[in-house]
Design a protein around this ligand. Structure first.
Ligand SMILES: [Cu+2]
Length: 316
């Protein structure tokens, strides 16, 4: 595990770079979170056999019906808040509403974002073509889902994820309150326990190649911790792919989650989008705030189909 309570001071602060207007702009232009997971080991605690939907998990005692966990060990550290590991930040709070997800069956997830006045926020700025980006991942870094929920007039969001396997999941909401040109992007998260017998999946070994739907993504530059470039090429049957279509204002979307603490990182694709001929090279500005193993999910679109390739990236 790579949780590091005492981080070296030389390690780039998340709060610093994210607070910078340019950095914020690239974050807004991206939708490429890397999730750092604190205190959530690969082992998924087995749920008590008596647990049923509606029974809060051990870490989920926030008073929400059936679900709604706290941010666990995230506490109020600015770094953890910036990495999306807290349920509250800058006066905004993520509240989950029940019922708890039913294991093995698709269950709509409802939630609100409470604003500084305590009432649900209904006005969100569009970033990366959406008002809110929602991610779900299990504590063993499996089951990644990236969704764009629907917003009701009363501020209730409804996400419709695929069925969630038993275990501890972290759910992230990534949004910008529509409070003006200087509004900061926020990533808030909570955990939810899906009852049942959890079967943790070992993290795949680090590598440079991922495949999805016949496509191969190969990393050509592996970033170190801090702000660096990550480059990749997309190929199919050994040939470079040049027909990537725009997806969320980019030719690819990267989400990365850190083994152990589930921190979320943002990676912004460099270059502009112009028609359905992206690729084969993809370049990202990568900010991996800490070393360790990161599970990277690269999403791209061809012929109207979205593909998701995943690999484990070792960041030194
Ligand atoms: Cu999104």
């Amino acid at each position: 595990m790579t949780a590091q309570p005492d981080r070296p001071t030389a390690r780039p602060s998340l709060a610093g770079p994210l607070a910078h207007p340019l950095a914020r702009r690239w974050l807004l232009a991206s939708c490429v979170p890397v999730l750092l997971v604190l205190g959530m080991a690969l082992t998924v605690p087995p749920a008590p056999s008596a647990a049923t939907a509606g029974t809060p998990g051990p870490a989920d005692m926030a008073g929400m019906p059936g679900m709604a966990g706290t941010a666990g060990t995230a506490g109020d550290s600015p770094d953890l808040a910036a990495a999306g590991l807290t349920a509250e930040r800058n006066g905004y709070r993520l509240d989950l509403a029940g019922p708890a997800p039913t294991p093995g069956r698709a269950t709509d997830l409802r939630f609100t974002v409470a604003g500084p006045d305590g009432s649900p926020v209904t006005d969100f700025a569009v970033h990366q073509t959406k008002k809110l980006h929602f991610y779900a991942i299990r504590s063993d870094l499996t089951g990644f889902q990236h969704l764009h929920p629907d917003l009701a007039e009363d501020g209730t969001w409804t996400a419709a994820p695929d069925a969630l396997a038993p275990g501890s999941w972290r759910l992230y909401a990534d949004f910008v309150p529509n409070t003006g040109p200087h509004a900061a992007e926020l990533v808030l998260s909570r955990t939810v326990t899906v009852p049942g017998e959890a079967a943790p999946v070992p993290l795949p070994a680090p590598g440079d190649t991922a495949t999805a739907d016949g496509y191969t993504v190969t990393l050509t530059a592996r970033p170190a911790a801090g702000a660096h470039r990550l480059t990749a090429v997309v190929s199919r049957d050994g040939r470079p792919v040049r027909d990537l279509q725009p997806y969320l204002d980019a030719y690819a979307h990267l989400s990365a989650f850190h083994e152990g603490d589930l921190a979320l990182a943002h990676l912004h694709p460099a270059g502009t989008v112009d028609g359905d001929h992206g690729g084969p090279e993809l370049t990202f500005q990568a900010l991996f705030p800490e070393p360790g193993n990161w599970r990277v999910f690269l999403q791209f679109r061809t012929a109207g189909q979205l593909h998701t390739a995943a690999l484990t990236l070792r960041v030194d």
